[in-house]
Design a protein around this ligand. Structure first.
Ligand code: GAR
Length: 192
């Protein structure tokens, strides 16, 4: 079974979509580790319910990003992790992890990149008044949401939609797209 890690900072609904796809037999993989940089985040409880080990750490307890990424790299290697999937991990990945997992770190972002990178992409799209936005899954590089795009799906914003409506529609698309892309990556149907 291919071992993957999911990195999250918050609610973890995308983690749960991946875990559920595995449980339903739609995705052949094992989430062998959830990594969380915000101890107490909701994702921890979700992982617990699936019996998945969580590695929570406080970045402020380390002197530098290189320090905590060296620790993470060691834990990921010990757990036999092959791929890292970022799911609402609100932190740039540094050179230590990028080199350790070259070409095997992937992120999901709630906009049609390169539009609306960074924080609150849903709010950015809503404020800009665009009629179509969406979801992007991409390889991670050193930039902010700049890596090579793997797949995208669109979401239409209708007259009268609130930002919350848009958030719900984006999440529904994310929860289908991410497990499907992960499946293709693990089956090596997508090459970098
Ligand atoms: C998701 O919408 C994800 O696309 C976004 O954070 C949310 C996490 O939700 N990620 C980014 O904005 C990364 N730049 P979740 O914790 O419920 O999966």
């Amino acid at each position: 079974m291919r071992k993957i890690a999911v990195f999250a900072s918050g609610s973890g609904s995308n983690f749960e979509a991946i875990a559920a796809a595995i449980e339903n037999g739609q995705l052949e993989a094992e989430v062998a580790l959830v990594v969380c940089d915000r101890p107490g985040a909701k994702v921890e409880k979700r992982a617990e319910r699936y019996g998945i080990p969580v590695l929570s750490f406080n970045p402020k307890s380390y002197e530098s990003k290189a320090d905590f990424e060296t620790f993470l790299l060691q834990q990921l290697n010990e757990a036999g992790i092959e791929w890292i999937f970022l799911a609402g991990y609100m932190r740039l990945i540094g050179p230590t992890l990028l080199q350790g997992f070259e070409g095997r770190i992937v992120n999901i972002h709630p906009s049609l990149l390169p539009a609306f990178p960074g924080k609150d992409a849903i709010g950015q799209a809503f404020e800009a008044g665009v009629k179509i936005t969406g979801v992007t899954v991409h390889f991670v590089d050193e930039g902010m949401d700049t890596g090579q795009i793997i797949d995208q799906d669109s979401v239409r914003i209708y007259e009268g939609d609130t930002k919350e409506d848009l958030g719900r529609k984006i999440q529904a698309v994310e929860h289908l797209l991410y497990p499907a892309v992960i499946r293709s990556l693990l089956q090596e149907k997508i090459k970098r």
